[in-house]
Ligand binder design. Structure first.
Ligand SMILES: Nc1nc2c(ncn2[C@@H]2O[C@H](COP(=O)(O)OP(=O)(O)O)[C@@H](O)[C@H]2O)c(=O)[nH]1
Ligand SMILES: [Mg+2]
Length: 246
């Protein structure tokens, strides 16, 4: 069995850096749901230069699941770079980008697909801070505060006024996703802001949908280094894409 002959309806991209403890369970949960509700799926795990057994765990799942593919980056490049590789390699009509810990359950993709169908927006972002979002396990307070500070800074440099740019659960129509991600310059965590900046600059509608968030406390974010890099990156975004119009 190889890949399906017809284009998958949904591609799911998981960027994964040292996820040996979490990716196996996430893949099994995703598989159970996808096989029932989105049979025309493909799943891409992008191993972001992990030094642990992430790749082996993924390959073990793929042995019985031909719709799962592993993409390996030779060295650690960052969540933005890993997500870009997944998106550019995806073949589905729609592409869901999700954190490897599935803090937002996979079935919430139905809400995003429904919003895309209703609004015709080619970009639909999960949000943890609008009415209807269901936070069953909050991020630690310092992370919530970090997220708010980051979103405020983001508003200064990018249009759109989104409440939650950093939620790790976003849906894109493939043609738009591949155009946006092929222009992406930020390799780190601030890549979401650049993608949204580009979407607005190119005139694409962006819809925001409330999602469930059950935070997995085993975060891989470095709270000292990552925010500093993210701030530097967001202030570069506008300069890099000056003059870009639809
Ligand atoms: N920390 C980190 N995460 C990465 C990197 N590349 C890809 N990722 C993935 O980005 C996602 C970050 O999610 P997570 O660690 O749960 O962060 P949090 O939920 O925001 O605390 C996971 O899927 C990681 O495996 C990287 O270079 N560093
Ligand atoms: Mg997480």
């Amino acid at each position: 069995m190889g890949m399906p002959d017809t284009e998958p309806h949904l591609s799911v991209v998981f960027p994964a850096y040292n996820e040996q403890e979490r990716i196996g369970e996430s893949l099994r949960k995703a598989r159970t749901w996808l096989e029932e509700h989105q049979p025309e799926h493909e799943v891409l795990v992008v191993d972001d230069g992990s030094s642990d057994a992430t790749a082996a765990v993924v390959l073990a799942e793929a042995a019985s699941w031909p719709r799962l593919r592993l993409v390996q980056l030779g060295e650690n490049r960052g969540k933005g770079a890993a997500t870009r590789h997944g998106v550019l390699g995806a073949t589905g009509t729609w592409i869901l980008c999700s954190d490897a810990d599935l803090s937002t359950p996979i079935h919430d993709v139905e809400r995003l697909l429904a919003a895309a169908a209703a609004s015709r927006a080619p970009v639909v972002i999960g949000s943890r801070s609008i009415t209807g979002s269901n936070i069953t396990q909050r991020q630690p307070l310092y992370r919530v505060a970090m997220g708010r500070a980051f979103n405020s800074a983001t508003r200064l440099v990018t249009p759109g006024g989104h409440n939650d740019t950093q939620c790790g659960f976003k849906l894109y129509r493939r043609d738009v996703a591949q155009d946006l991600f092929s222009r992406l310059t930020v390799d780190g965590f601030a890549f979401d802001v650049e993608v949204l900046y580009l979407a607005h600059a190119l005139g694409h509608q962006v819809a925001e949908v409330a999602v469930t968030w059950h935070n997995d406390e085993r975060s891989s974010v470095n709270v000292l280094l990552d925010p500093a890099r993210m701030f530097v990156d967001i202030f570069r975004i506008r300069r890099r894409h000056r003059g870009l119009t639809r």
